[in-house]
Design a protein around this ligand. Structure first.
Ligand SMILES: [Zn+2]
Length: 602
């Protein structure tokens, strides 16, 4: 053992989903070493109290048992000892999300904060991690994928890995199992993708496309000085979606069928979603993992860390994740405009944007965005979706008002050199200050309205001056995400202002929109639909039934609330014009066309 802190993780009982994690401290505190389990994981802004997964914990020193006292929900203190102290914990791991830990007989995955205790007062000390294989018969053919530095381990094998400190130790998720691995380089820096799950994906194409994507990202802000490797960890089950960013890796989940099969060359909607996810997490290498809000510098992993800037870190990342796909040619301009139209549609369909600003949504992410209930769409605006539209508006505004001298790229470069490369946190007013400084513009009204206000963004005029026409229409039903012109329907569609969802074989009103016909009729979330206008109402006949009525029609509606039958009358309204699609303006003049080209081609 070389490092002052030695961690060891062993899939002790894969069938029971139990890891054994031991931690040996060479020089424990004289008055009794304190150990702490994080309450949350960077990038996922909700207190999850990972200590709750510890099923047993004990300490020893020199081979003898040592008293370990629990101080609160996530801290323990060992009795004073002159010799090294070891803590041994058994941790239940059955959370199959990118931020969790999961162990079964097929694989092992862990995100550091779920399994590693920190050593109070020694958070800056170097750590080594010994990753041990499970006992037979488990673990046959298992390989290890992590961006953690190898010390005594062959590539993709069990052995000893190293991290400079605790913060780095928990920033390298580890996937262990039967993996498909592809490798490529980006500007000479080794990159890899490791896929878990039965996949027949075209690995050569995945590597080629990821290389194109990563090269484009790197051309914007340059490789961070400590960026000497990168790993995409991908789990591809039948369905699912998610991602979590880290400094040298990311954990991704996407549906197996989203990945390209050998022999295919087009970009399916699913593959575009996967590329967008990879693009998003990779841009986080800069934006949020190294360029961070001051509130995260350093992270306080015991309690909520509030900042109004999540829209900068998630919204701007959500803007570039799609834009970069178009800039590097992985998707067409048409396809990019479709994605933008879908994002605009998502924002327009949420009434919460009239009540909550993105600054408030950022600040309250811990208790609102991450803890959504049936009222979420009425009360919450997404700092991802609206944040990305603020980034779009800002980018187009800067380009227009500076005659293409300054863009959002320049602002991000300045933020990066000021706070990213230095590792200093961005102050709460930092982003707006840099924008104004780089552009030489007074942007205070724009930020007051877009970031701290709840009005609509000036997207239509800004897009028009970049050669893009902004259209709105009614929705064509549940599957209509926007982004496309859609089929022209003669008749005005009607609207109930509620979502009907299949739950336990019942049609349940899951979301009831503020001010909509359902709310006015007294319908509440959780009500079970029984009949409309005297006929049974189901999730499968819902759209077809509604198509037979006109706005203003008054219909009898029967629902169960609990076991009580409620009879009411609903007055159908005209469907809102909340579905956006964008088109290039064919006859835009040359200056507009060149502005469009500059925006999409850098
Ligand atoms: Zn993100």
């Amino acid at each position: 053992m070389n490092a002052p802190l030695h961690y060891r993780i062993w899939p002790k009982d894969p069938a029971a989903h139990l890891f054994e994690v031991t931690l040996t401290v060479e020089n424990p505190a004289h008055d009794g070493q304190i150990f702490t389990m994080p309450a949350w994981t960077p990038g996922s802004y909700m207190v999850r109290d990972y200590a709750k997964h510890i099923v047993s914990i004990r300490a020893e020193s020199d081979g003898l048992s040592l008293a370990l006292t629990k101080l609160d929900k996530s801290r323990w203190q060992a009795a004073p000892a002159d010799r090294p102290v070891t803590v041994i914990a058994e941790i239940y791991a059955y959370d199959e999300s990118v931020r969790g830990a999961h162990l079964d007989t097929a694989h092992a995955y862990f995100n550091g904060p779920c399994v590693f205790l920190s050593v109070f007062g020694q958070e800056d000390m170097p750590c080594e991690l010994e990753i041990v294989a499970p006992n037979e018969p488990h673990g046959a053919g298992w390989r290890v994928a992590t961006s953690m530095r190898r010390m005594q381990a062959e590539p993709y094998e069990h052995g000893v890995y190293a991290a400079d400190n605790y913060d780095e130790l928990i920033d390298h998720p580890v996937e262990i199992g039967q993996l498909s691995i592809g490798e490529f380089e980006v500007n000479g820096i080794p990159h890899a993708i490791a896929i878990r799950g039965k996949t027949r994906a075209d690995m050569a194409r995945l590597c080629r496309d990821l290389q194109t994507l990563c090269t484009e990202h790197m051309s914007m802000l340059g490789a961070p000085k400590d960026f000497d490797r990168y790993l995409f960890l991908l789990y591809a089950p039948g369905s699912g979606y998610g991602g979590l960013e880290h400094r040298w890796s990311s954990s991704l989940v996407c549906a197996r069928d989203s990945l390209p099969r050998r022999g295919e060359s087009e970009v399916s909607d699913g593959y575009r979603t996967f590329l967008g996810l990879a693009s998003h997490e990779y841009f986080h290498c800069w934006n949020v993992k190294r360029l961070k809000p001051a509130a995260f510098t350093p992270y306080d992993l015991q309690s909520e860390s509030h900042t109004e800037l999540l829209w900068v870190f998630e919204g701007i990342t959500s803007y570039y994740d799609k834009l970069v796909l178009a800039r590097c040619g992985l998707i067409s301009v048409q396809s990019y405009l479709e994605l933008l139209g879908q994002t605009i549609t998502r924002v327009l369909r949420g009434g919460g944007r009239h009540l909550q600003s993105v600054a408030e949504s950022s600040f309250d992410a811990w208790t609102k965005f991450y803890k959504q209930d049936a009222n979420a769409s009425n009360a919450i605006v997404s700092y991802y979706a609206k944040g990305s539209l603020i980034a779009l508006s800002l980018d187009l505004k800067l380009r227009e008002e500076t005659d293409d001298r300054v863009s959002l790229d320049d602002v991000m470069q300045e933020c990066w050199s000021r706070w990213g490369q230095s590792g200093k946190g961005m102050p709460e007013d930092g982003f707006e200050f840099v924008c104004a400084e780089v552009a030489g513009l007074d942007l205070s009204d724009f930020f007051a309205a877009a970031v701290r206000g709840t009005g609509e963004l000036p997207l239509q005029p800004l897009l028009a001056r970049h050669g893009i026409a902004y259209h709105l229409r009614q929705s064509n039903g549940k599957a209509d995400k926007g982004g496309k012109a859609g089929k022209a329907k003669k008749k005005n569609k009607v609207w109930v202002g509620a979502t009907l969802t299949q739950r336990n074989s019942k049609a349940v009103f899951s979301v009831v929109m503020n001010g909509g016909p359902a709310e006015l009729a007294g319908i509440a979330p959780g009500d079970v639909a029984v009949a409309l206008d005297g006929l049974a109402l189901t999730t499968s006949n819902w759209s077809r039934r509604l198509a037979t009525y006109q706005d203003g029609d008054r219909l009898d509606l029967l629902v169960f609330r609990g076991d009580e039958l409620i009879s009411t009358e609903i007055c159908l309204a005209a469907a809102p014009v909340d579905t956006c699609y964008l088109e290039m303006i064919d006859d835009a003049d040359v200056s507009v066309q060149s502005r469009l080209a500059a925006w999409l081609q850098r």
